[in-house]
Design a protein around this ligand. Sequence first.
Ligand code: PEP
Ligand code: MG
Length: 755
Amino acid sequence: MPPVAAQGPRTLLRRLREIMAEKASAQSRLDKLVTVIAANMVAEVCSIYLRRSGKTLELFATEGLNPGAVHRTRMKSGEGLVGLVAETGEPVNLSDAPSHPRFSYRPETGEDPYHSFLGVPIVRGGQVFGVLTVQNRAARQYAEEEVEALQTVAMVLAEIVAQGVLFNLAELDEPELSLDRTRKFRGEGLSDGVAVGHVVLHQPRVKVEKMIADNPQEELVRLEAAIGVLRSSVDDMLDSSELDLTGESREVIETFRMFAHDQGWRQRIRDAVHTGLTAEAAVERVQDEMRHKVSRLNDPILRERAHDLEDLARRLLRHLTGDDEKMNRELPRDAVLIARAMGPAELLDYRRDRLQALVLEEAASTSHVAIVARAMGLPLVSDTKGITDAARAGDLVAVDGETGETHLRPPQDVVAAFEAKRWMRAQRVAQFATVRDLPAETKDGVHIRLMMNAGLMLDMPHLHESGADGIGLFRTELQFMIGEMMPRLKDQANFYREILDAAGDKPVVFRTLDLGGDKVLPYARFEREENPALGWRAIRIALDRPALLRYQVRALLAASDRKVLRILLPMVSHVAEFNSARALVDREIERARLLGQTQPRQVLVGAMLEVPALMFMLPQIMRSADFVSIGSNDLLSLAFAVDRTNPRVSRRYDMLNPASLTLIRQIVRSAADCGGEVSLCGEMAGRPLDAMALVGLGLRTLSMSPGHIGPVKMMIRSLNYSETAQFVEKLCGRADHSLRGRLAAFAAERGVVLK
Ligand code: PEP
Ligand code: MG
């Protein structure tokens, strides 16, 4: 057997660089390239196929096959072995290609005599640009090093093609491959608003300037030094006494450390450096492979681990490129943040006045990042798979938080259309402002109280701007989630005092800490749970760790001197739970009295109705609680057995369906039977169409994000309550999967304003 890859990939990469630097035409450079690769790999054939017009793969250059087939042989998507490589994004290594079921014989190429076949994808950022192949007459299996070598060449080739060094991709009828092409993503709008701005990648892709090493030995030294710094920084993270890591957060960082010290990972990067890549390019290469493997896994735990490795690789790249300090770079004034996923605290790290919009690959509408984005009045689009790979920092991007459309690198006419939309929206906002001081009253005189949901100081100006009647839900946990550590008693009291001062005469309902589920404190000790949504959450934590609730109540009492203090307990499952929590509140009131502190004028304690079981105890809970508020986000998610944070299922059922309406109707009726009233503070209260149904069901108090008050008020003012009530009553008996269409048709017929 002849010595294969005799000169090694390093020589090959050097030659590749020389060829690309030549002033010759693209075709002659590609022709030379295949000759050099064939010689280096001791192959009789080397061919380059590139994608053209959609998914067709066209033979662009060959050494060994019939030259007449160049630009003539085209394989349809998935056709032949070349198509198989492109489809799977994986190398195909065969000693007897013709016997493979996917082999497709093309007479014009003259490939009859060749048995062995090795094809690797020309891939970049998860996108397959083409396929690079070598073939030999003799039936032989290509060795692992040969596959590696060809993959390395293909990676460099992908970069060259993507950057348009060889040809203008748009002219080649393949604008799809161009890094500059416009991309449109159809996601889901989770927070309204239209924006045009420039991309800021939340976890910026570190730009690798140089792919091919001048001196591999030096690269290894750089790599080792960077890995050393990386490891000690991760060790520091774990050992740092300040962080006091325990439970899950410790486990996460420990796994992180394990990865950082993983010899296999280090060795794979070293191997890639040995093939002639720079240390940075080697890290990227190993990461690309890993990303590709993981993209086909369904296991959420493994995918989570992959996020860890991504994070590590990014850190390593930053150490290598010295980009470390640039992390806290200046934001452009019109930043559109793009990320795979993000937590609420991370979003709050950014300066609001510089942000125009947020685009995420994954987030559900009730996730906390979405809630915070809405509180910030920041347009948010989610479910835009692939956008983080496609976007580059500084790209122009247009976002519509209503329709869920995102245009990356949009052409001028799209930008103009978005500017027009923005103008229209401003007009609409001005229209809402005209109803700000008018009552939320239906045409037949039914008054609805419109309250606002809040959680941060930055929400407070909206209370007066929106004309809300008060704060129906103040999510106190947000203040805990954004901090580095548990806020002290004094800080909590000051915060609540500021909120009450900002609210003036308007009521504020403070919900006590609703932790657990998707709401985790970066510094707290939470055990990992199989089913966090059904786990140790909210009032369950409060009763097991009474100090937490008592401190919070103490702070609330201190903050509300001579005012009415409204406390709402989250996730109550049965009356005994509520009574125990209420007893803790009473103890704090008694304590404050004994200490002679100024007291609130009145303390009202309410229960959130989020657990379906409590629906059947409504008369009993209404005897214990001063008020009841329906948390429809959790209530419906639990009633439908849908994890609200899992985008795969969170949109599977339209919450406007007969079961939801019947369930809410039952709550309203049973409250009325006991002479009480319930309110609703989940996200559906803020959607005009949903709110129309809720009013029809008899709800008189709705609490929503401030941006929705105007649209919901306009809807109410154009509505006839009795007609709606009759219509909704009939809907409850239907079997439809969604009642959205019927409700919208009703609204259109009756002239109900839905903006
Ligand atoms: C709800 O569950 O509807 C609710 C308002 O609470 P949160 O969204 O904060 O869980
Ligand atoms: Mg809830």
